[in-house]
Design a protein around this ligand. Structure first.
Ligand SMILES: [Zn+2]
Ligand SMILES: [Zn+2]
Length: 81
């Protein structure tokens, strides 16, 4: 039996997306990309706050808790400075 036992397969089956918080490129969750090829940002696989999956390639805010993904990216940039 080929049961998907890892998270990646689950995301792919659910049609989720990864999203770049810098330039908002959307990548299908079954892709191998982990970092944005434009700017090297870590791609979000889900909302960092409430863990809701990213179900739309056009999402800029979390559909579940309303947080802006761009503001999260700016916050993490400030921290590393
Ligand atoms: Zn990007
Ligand atoms: Zn959220």
């Amino acid at each position: 039996m080929d049961e998907p036992d890892d998270l990646l397969s689950l995301w792919a089956n659910r049609g989720g997306y990864r999203l770049c918080p810098e330039c908002f490129r959307a990548i299908p969750a079954h892709s191998q990309e982990r970092y944005c090829i434009n700017d090297g940002s870590w791609l979000l696989e889900a909302c960092p706050l409430c863990k809701a999956p990213i179900t739309s390639p056009y999402a800029r805010f979390c559909a579940s808790c309303g947080v802006g993904f761009a503001s999260l990216a700016q916050a993490s940039r400030k921290k590393s400075r």
